[in-house]
Design a protein around this ligand. Structure first.
Ligand code: GDP
Ligand code: ZN
Length: 448
């Protein structure tokens, strides 16, 4: 299929040693020739002048040519490596548009890679997750998904489902065969085994989603109780490896630290005061929206005075759904022991941000709330994947109860297996609605 030619600056905006423009389309050799007067050799770096319409050079750099189908998108791809100045890059991009390319939409290269079968959907999403990774653990597991480990697990489950479905369909086609035939083929043992494997994949994906999304924490407490000190302590040596989630800007109210590779997104309610400043108001509104979808509130108080009326007021404004941890700080001054105990509606931890005594208790408590348990080889995953896996689990469970009932209906059994397979197919993109694809790829950056 012939597609139009798209172009985008692939490197981050701003100045850099090298800037890359990526072009994808069909039959790009004439395009390369018009731009440089050269015919590049596939997969070699060609030194070239990138020329304006009047023949003067805009820049000189390297031209790379990846012919269809052996390229990222599966189409002809050109990469122009020029000098990474914003003006040069813009001039070069404008020249590409003159030559007939159009500006790529966010994620359009990856979308073409997906449509051309170079990547499945879970892999394409891993590309974005790798770019957005907030911790090294998240980056490592994104690469695993990108290399297809998650997809392989899904394909393994799907193959087994297909085998089972073939058995059942055969039974349906030949009415003289019946449930005993399925029993003889160990269909139910295999179904049970599938259930176990599905649960394992669900668990790994759940850990991967944690690495991708992190834990959202609201930090509350009066001035001077030690909020900043605690954050620094929690962050430990790898002081705040911070990346904003795509599309949002970082602001003073929000910071990201990590515990054992899990990103902790922390909103400091100290910044949520009344203000007349318009810019500040926007930031505060955004923080409240983040608080709405947070997981846990950490209320920090002075161990010597405990929870005050002002603290309660803040707690009352937070969603009740949030898990709560009350931290009694400065035990080095109060003389209390570092410890964890349960109170009426909260877990309490006594610690000293200054000495570090009791910090480990808090770290473990946060990991516990996050649901983190060290698993080998986590692959990155998203909420969308977890929902699809849960859906598949439901259909398998339904399939089991159908065949275990007194009057097993094999048509129903077959249908549940089909629905389970369909749910798995949504993860890799075999069955995915176009509008969902639009949503997924629109969150990518331009040039990816
Ligand atoms: P924030 O206003 O809540 O962010 O509080 P800070 O982190 O700025 O701390 C306020 C003051 O309390 C600073 O002088 C800190 O050094 C001190 N502080 C914080 N945590 C402790 C602690 O555990 N023990 C003692 N002795 N002082 C602390
Ligand atoms: Zn967040």
């Amino acid at each position: 299929m012939k597609s139009d030619t798209i172009a985008a600056i692939a490197t981050a905006p701003g100045r850099g040693g090298v800037g890359v423009i990526r072009i994808s389309g069909s039959n790009l050799l004439p395009f390369a020739f018009a731009l440089t007067g050269k015919t590049p050799k596939p997969r070699y770096a060609t030194l070239a002048d990138f020329k304006a319409g009047d023949g003067t050079a805009i820049d000189s750099g390297l031209l790379l040519y990846f012919p269809d189908p052996h390229s990222f998108t599966g189409e002809d791809v050109l990469e122009l490596q020029g000098h990474g100045g914003p003006v040069v890059m813009q001039m070069l991009l404008a020249r590409c548009l003159d030559l007939g390319a159009r500006l790529a939409e966010p994620g359009e290269f990856s979308r073409r890679a997906f449509l051309n079968g170079k990547l499945d959907l879970a892999q394409a999403e891993a590309v974005a997750d790798l770019i957005d990774a907030a911790t090294t653990s998240a980056a490592r597991s994104a690469v695993r998904s990108l290399q297809g480990e998650f997809s392989k697990a899904i394909h393994g489950l799907t193959d087994e489902l297909i085998n089972l479905r073939m058995l059942v369909e055969a039974t349906l086609d030949f009415p003289e065969e019946d449930i005993d035939f399925l029993k003889a083929a160990n269909a139910f043992g295999r179904l049970e085994n599938l259930q176990i494997r599905l649960a394992e994949v669900f668990d790994r994906a759940g850990q991967g989603k944690l690495l991708q999304a992190g834990l959202h924490v609201v930090l509350a407490g009066q001035p001077n109780v030690g909020k900043s000190s605690l954050l620094n302590r929690l962050a430990g040596d790898d002081l705040a490896i911070v990346t904003p989630i795509a599309g949002t800007t970082r602001d003073a109210l929000r910071s990201t630290i990590q515990i054992e590779g899990i990103p902790l997104h922390i909103i400091d309610t100290a910044g949520l005061r009344e203000t007349e400043d318009e810019v500040e108001k926007i930031g505060i509104e955004r923080s409240w929206r983040e608080i709405e979808r947070s997981d846990v509130v950490l209320l920090l108080v002075d161990a010597r005075s405990g929870v005050s009326a002002a603290d309660r007021e803040i707690l009352d404004r937070l969603p009740e759904r949030l898990q709560r941890i009350t931290v009694y700080n400065k035990i080095d001054l109060s003389g209390a022991q570092a410890e964890r105990h349960d109170e009426a509606e909260t877990t309490a931890i006594a610690l000293s941000a200054r000495s570090g005594d009791g910090i480990e208790l808090l770290r473990q408590e946060l990991l516990r709330i996050a649901g983190w348990h060290q698993t080998e080889d986590v692959f990155i995953a998203r909420e969308r994947h977890l929902r699809a896996l849960a859906m598949a689990q439901e259909h398998i469970a339904a399939a089991r109860s159908v065949v275990e009932s007194a009057l097993p209906a094999l048509e129903l059994f077959a249908e549940e297996l089909r629905l389970a397979q369909h749910a798995l197919g949504e993860i890799t993109g075999e069955f995915t609605a176009d509008d969902l694809l639009g949503v997924i790829f629109s969150r990518f950056c331009i040039g990816k």
